[in-house]
Design a binder for this molecule. Structure first.
Ligand SMILES: Cc1ncc(COP(=O)(O)O)c(C=O)c1O
Length: 350
């Protein structure tokens, strides 16, 4: 039988609170109730988008979004009559914030966008886009899957919600993530996932207070514990230190790859990117190259569309997609050099 006691003698509620405080510290939220845990960005965005939008609403998003944004919006368009405009990014993943002003309509309610492309690595001008969105009275939601833990940013007056993924830059386990809410925005979002919360159990309606409003069901306590511990460590290292190292690694890889017969898709500038580099190799079967990098050199990368057909349409890399190399704070310069040497060998024997 579950005693309710857990690691360090803390009960589940205390573990959740400790992690809420850590995530709150990272994202600049002083009230831990405004930190909601879910399984990740996908679950968060589904809850947020279905909870925020009504039939006839118009939404702005971008042409580099992950399917975690693109698919819920597509389903909302087909089933609920939501209108969607994908603001067109340049092929290198950059976005002109003036497009927000240009595409706002009378019925526009929301701007939802990624902080950085998971295909191209390019960091989007979120601050300017959200500032423009707020001038028009829109709600704003940030998909921080690619940037949380790698760039220092917080909730601010122009950012209503930040959705985060625990298992990428935040260093946690798969299946634990969530979202943080600005003051007052929780009341404007209908609960979409409903069920038991262990609170006001005599009511058939979902509680209207945070975080219970958005946290029905059994939480992933182990994952949330690990996420809180990892974020604590990241804060001790310092996000600026992490960023500085990841930029250095990305620059080293970009400099090395320039001499090889591969085309870099993305900003091609480490200072404007996350540590993600996408390559196209004209005439090659990318799956074969990725397989050989792993089998012959132990270098594990991803090839294909990376759950983001929109980004590949924007970059002009459909249908084959790209070879995507990604690095983290734990990656060493020696590993970057090994990856480059392996890529050179694989490309020279095709
Ligand atoms: C930009 C972006 N958004 C959303 C997701 C989905 O995140 P999660 O796995 O936490 O649902 C990913 C994952 O690859 C991503 O890169």
């Amino acid at each position: 039988m579950n005693s309710g006691r857990n690691i360090d003698g803390l009960d589940d509620a205390a573990i959740l609170l400790r992690s809420r405080l850590m995530l709150g510290r990272l994202f600049g939220v002083d009230n831990p109730s405004r930190v909601v845990f879910t399984s990740g960005v996908t679950a968060s965005l589904n809850m947020l988008l279905w909870g925020m939008l009504e039939a006839g609403d118009h939404v702005l998003s971008t042409s580099i979004e992950h399917n975690a944004v693109a698919r819920p919006l597509t389903l909302l368009r087909k089933t609920k009559g939501i209108e969607v405009t994908w603001l067109e990014c340049e092929p290198d993943g950059t976005l002109d914030p003036a497009l927000v002003d240009a595409h706002v309509r009378k019925n526009t309610r929301l701007l939802v966008m990624s902080h950085a492309s998971n295909v191209l690595g390019s960091i989007l001008p979120v601050a300017s886009c959200f500032e423009a969105a707020k001038r028009h009275g829109l709600m704003t939601v940030l998909d921080s899957a690619q940037t949380a833990g790698g760039i220092d940013f917080r909730l601010d007056a122009n950012t209503d919600v930040i959705a985060f993924s625990g298992h990428k830059g935040l260093g946690g386990l798969g299946g634990a993530g969530g979202f943080v809410l600005g003051d007052g925005i929780g009341a404007k979002i209908h609960p979409w996932l409903t069920g038991g919360t262990g609170s006001v159990s005599h009511e058939l309606d979902q509680p209207d207070f945070l975080p219970d409003k958005f946290e029905p069901g059994t939480p992933n306590t182990v994952g949330i514990l690990a996420l809180g511990a990892s974020v604590e460590e990241l804060c001790e290292i310092g996000i600026a230190t992490i960023r500085e190292k990841e930029v250095r690694l990305t620059r080293r890889f970009l400099d090395g790859v320039r001499g090889l017969p591969a085309v870099v898709h993305g900003a091609g500038d480490a200072d404007k990117s996350m540590p993600v580099v996408s390559l196209a190799v004209p005439g090659a079967d990318l799956a074969v190259l990725a397989r050989r990098l792993y089998d012959e050199h132990g270098i594990l990368i991803r090839c294909g569309l990376h759950c983001s057909p929109l980004a590949h349409r924007t970059a002009g890399t459909l249908p084959q997609g790209t070879l995507r190399f990604s690095f983290g704070y734990a990656t060493t310069e020696q590993e970057i050099d090994l990856a480059l040497a392996a890529l050179e060998r694989v490309l020279s024997r095709r």
